[in-house]
Design a protein around this ligand. Structure first.
Ligand code: PXP
Length: 390
């Protein structure tokens, strides 16, 4: 199995990490059991693909992807060729911008489309064939995501808001969430999460500015879609933002964000963050409608709200809520979203959620800070890490 990648781009064409595309192409060939054939992939410009489109298909203008199967020809002494897939990065980049996804994500979809053509599917032949082809494309995309995640461990990001809650109780300078973040990182957390609320009840502007300068792993800023906080986030440039609902009266974030009910507003936030290079997560209830909406507006991640699972009063209720979290994680993952989870997780209820393969990262705050008061922050983080599968 070999993937030959050539590039023939115009000076202003966008560029792509070719090694990542090659790895995906190899996984896709393996998933289809095509291990003894060669795939040739040309990443090119609109001008070049327009030329090929005219010459070979008698069609005017550029297109996003062309596929030319070569079913019977053997390579010279090497493996038989499967065929050529040609992708215009110019068109792919325009389509990615319209869909609020990355160029890489769009190229993956086009690569799968081309590959499925090479394998004999053709959506232009009939409607039933179109359905068959789309099903196969979706199946391969899901399988690719699953394969890329295989063997990866779930990680821990620690929310340090409640260090600031304690400080604000006296309005002084101690304890300092910035120092706490450093201890969490030294203990093994791979991310620090903070929520800069509009009412500034715990985190202050000074905190997020200092955290941006000092966090060495990844700073995830939880935020409401308010003009003031959006402006701060764009200036601060955290490593990612998580959009959450915010009500002044609530004790903590109570429910997931209603993404489906405010797609237009949130799509514009995602577009602004994406333009600034900040990936966006949507904190949603384990509800397929909300997850679909998050994908449709171009979010990179969803964070699945585990609150109802954690607060369940009976075993039956807990099992029901856990199933919803598990299904939501799979749905999101198979839709190509990256999946985090959090809210209410503690030392007793985290392990089953951590074992769900689709989830990359858990965001945990209150339980760790509560334990830290008794055993120290370093130990509280390490004890939580010890509960995660390795
Ligand atoms: N994820 C989100 C989006 C949150 O708002 C919170 C609470 O700030 C958490 C995770 C962490 O929840 P907990 O403090 O209950 O661990």
């Amino acid at each position: 199995m070999a993937v030959l990648i050539a590039q023939d781009l115009a000076p202003r064409s966008p560029t792509l990490a070719v090694a990542a595309v090659r790895r995906e192409a190899e996984i896709l060939l393996r998933l289809r059991g095509v291990v003894d054939r060669e795939l040739s992939l040309l990443l090119t410009s609109d001008d070049r693909i327009a030329e090929l489109n005219r010459t070979w298909r008698n069609k005017p203008g550029p297109t996003n992807v062309l596929a030319f199967p070569m079913a019977d020809e053997a390579g010279q002494g090497g493996p038989a060729m499967l065929g050529d897939v040609i992708i215009s990065l110019d068109t792919a980049a325009r389509e990615a911008a319209a869909e609020h996804i990355t160029l890489h994500q769009r190229v993956t979809v086009l690569l799968i489309h081309g590959l499925v053509h090479l394998l004999g599917y053709d959506h232009e032949r009939s409607e039933p064939e179109q359905v068959l082809m789309e099903d196969e494309e979706q199946r391969l995309l899901s399988a690719l995501h699953r394969e890329k995640r295989r063997g990866k461990m779930v990680r821990l990001a620690v929310n340090v808001d409640h260090v600031a809650t304690l400080r604000q109780a006296r309005g002084g300078a101690e304890p300092d969430p910035v120092q706490a973040a450093g201890i969490c990182e030294l203990a093994g957390a791979v991310g620090i999460v903070v929520h800069l609320r509009e009412d500034r009840r715990h985190m202050q502007d000074r905190d997020v500015i200092l955290l941006r300068q000092t966090v060495k792993t990844k700073l995830n800023l939880e935020m409401a879609a308010s003009a003031e906080i959006i402006a701060i986030a764009l200036k601060l440039k955290p490593d990612m933002v998580t959009m959450v609902p915010e009500k002044r009266q609530e004790l903590t974030t109570e429910g997931g964000l209603n993404v489906a009910g405010q797609k237009k507003k949130l799509a514009s936030v995602v577009a602004r963050m994406t333009k600034a290079g900040i990936p966006v997560s949507m904190f949603v209830d384990p509800d397929p409608r909300q997850i679909r909406a998050a994908g449709e507006i171009g979010a990179t991640f969803v964070e699945i709200h585990t609150g109802r699972y954690c607060d369940a009063k009976t075993t039956a209720e807990r099992e029901r809520e856990f199933d919803l979290v598990a299904q939501a994680a799979t749905t999101a993952f198979e839709a190509g979203l990256r999946v985090n989870a959090g809210h209410g997780l503690d030392y007793l209820n985290t392990a089953p959620v951590a074992a769900l393969g689709a989830i990359e990262e858990l965001s945990i705050g209150h339980a760790i800070m509560a334990r830290a008061i008794l055993v120290g922050l370093d130990q509280a983080v390490r004890e939580m890490l010890a509960l995660l599968p390795r």
